[in-house]
Design a protein. Structure first.
Length: 201
């Protein structure tokens, strides 16, 4: 019987700052942009990339070394360390389409930046099929679908400019890693007290 909570953790957009790395690459053709200028999941749309420019950028993302060079979000390393104290953390993510290097580099990235054993990772787009107690994600639709299949789980959305306009009533939206850790601690503490109350009865 599983006793420690299972924490499902998205990587890109939550831990890995894919946008900042992309903007660095795109600086020569789209200078002066910031993270909050990306107001859509497909970031080429709000910054006005042509089809040809998008294809060249995607080609660069698939090159060796790109995934390894993605920075972490502020507080991610410390936040993940705390989550690992609270439960078993499983990255639930998927590789950039067409990249032969992504998974290999992501596994090293997980170890070096977050101290996570790559063997704990699950690579899938159908995240709702993975059972867990906690799911942390930036894509609203994934969270909604996950809650439908895991009604007893707690869903946490990391707020970004590209998801802030979307309604989310299936869980808790947080603005940064400090708030995320506090909210997860609160939820897990409440569940533990409820479990003990049932056991005592």
């Amino acid at each position: 019987m599983r006793t420690r909570p299972r924490v499902l953790l998205d990587i890109d957009g939550v831990c890995a700052d894919f946008i900042t790395r992309a903007l660095k690459h795109l600086e020569p053709i789209r200078p002066g942009l910031s993270h909050d200028d990306i107001t859509a999941y497909r970031m080429e749309i709000p910054i006005g990339l042509t089809e040809a420019q998008t294809a060249l950028w995607h080609q660069a993302v698939c090159e060796r070394g790109y995934c390894a060079s993605i920075p972490t979000y502020a507080g991610a390393k410390e936040g993940v360390a705390r989550l690992k104290e609270l439960g078993d953390v499983h990255p639930v993510t998927f590789p950039f389409p067409g990249s032969p290097w992504w998974i290999l580099e992501r596994e090293t990235w997980l170890q070096e930046h977050l101290g996570i054993d790559p063997g704990m990772a699950v690579y899938t787009k159908t995240k709702h099929v993975i059972a867990g107690d906690i799911f942390i994600e930036d894509t609203t639709s994934y969270l909604v679908e996950w809650r439908k299949h895991n009604p007893d789980g707690a869903a946490f959305r990391m707020r970004r400019a590209y998801n802030a306009h979307e309604p989310f009533t299936h869980g808790i939206t947080v603005g940064d890693w400090s708030e995320l850790v506090r909210e997860v601690e609160t939820v897990l503490d409440l569940r533990e007290r409820q479990r003990r109350a049932v056991y005592d009865d």
